[in-house]
Ligand binder design. Sequence first.
Ligand SMILES: [Fe+2]
Ligand SMILES: [Fe+2]
Length: 315
Amino acid sequence: MTILIDQPEMGSQLDVEKTASAIDDLVLDGGFVMPKSAADDGFMAPNINSFGNNFRDYHAESERQKTVEEFYRLQHINQTYDFVKRMREEYGKMDKVEMSIWECCELLNDVVDDSDPDLDEPQIEHLLQTAEAIRKDYPDEDWLHLTGLIHDLGKVLLHPSFGGLPQWAVVGDTFPLGCAFDEANVHHKYFKENPDYDNPAYNTKCGIYSEGCGLDNALISWGHDDYMYLVAKENRTTLPSAALFVIRYHSFYPLHRAGAYTHLMNEEDKENLKWLHIFNKYDLYSKSKVRIDVEKVKPYYLSLIEKYFPEKLRW
Ligand SMILES: [Fe+2]
Ligand SMILES: [Fe+2]
C-alpha cells in the first residue's frame, strides 16, 4: 500500500546532512511516499507518525487520510493485550522459515514490491540507502549500519509463508498494552472500541506495570518491530543492546516523537533512546534517483551480517 502525502507542514527540522539534492521523494517507514518540498534542498521532517502523517494536519479531509484512518481504526480495535501475547507466543517459536539475513532482504523485496506499486526500484536498494546514509554520518558505528539494513525485515510477516498477516498487525505506530492508551497515539478515539479500553486492570496510567519498570517488561503492539527483535534475540545476535532497542521500538512514535510513556522506561532505555532518536532521522529515507550499486556494497554488509549473526537464522 502506498499512500501519497500532501506537502507536509514543516514542524521540526532534522539535521540530516544534505544528501537529498537529487531526491524527488521521501519514503517513510512503511514505504509511504511523501513529495519533497521543491523549495528546500535537504531533508525536512515534520512531526510525523510512521505513516508520514503530520499530527497537526490530522483532520484534513482526503481519501488518503481516510485510508490511514481506517488502518488505525482496525489496528486500535484489534491490537489487544491477549492478541499481542498470542502473537509473541506463536512467532516466538521461530518455526516458519530458515534463512540468512541477506535472503530475508531479498524476500522482503517481493513482499513490499507487491503492495507498493509506486516503488520502481528494488526494496533492497532502499534498505541499503538507509544503511549507507547512516554509514556516511557514523562511519565507526558498524552495528548501526547493519541495524539500518535489517530494522524492517520483520515486514516479511506480510508474506504468505509467515501467515500473511494483515497490515494492522505488521506496520503503523506501536503502543503499549496493559496500561492506558496515551492521547499522543494517532486516532486515539478508536481505542474506545478496543476491549482493553474498559478493563480496569489496563486503563490506568501504569496499568499492570510500575513506574520505571523498563520497556522490556511492557507488552507493545504486535508488528514488524517486535518480531525482528525476537528473531535477532532468539538467534543470538551479538548486536549491542542499543541496536535491539532501535529495532524493537523504531515504530513507537508516541514514545520517541511525542515523549509519551516515558514513565515506563528504565535507565538503560533512556540511554538507548538517544540512539533511536539518531536512527529515526534515517528511517525517513530517500527514494533517490541515484541508484545504490547493490553488488558493490553487498560485501560490506555480508561482512557485518557475518560479524553479528549466524549464517542461517530461524524465523
Ligand atoms: Fe524503516
Ligand atoms: Fe519499520
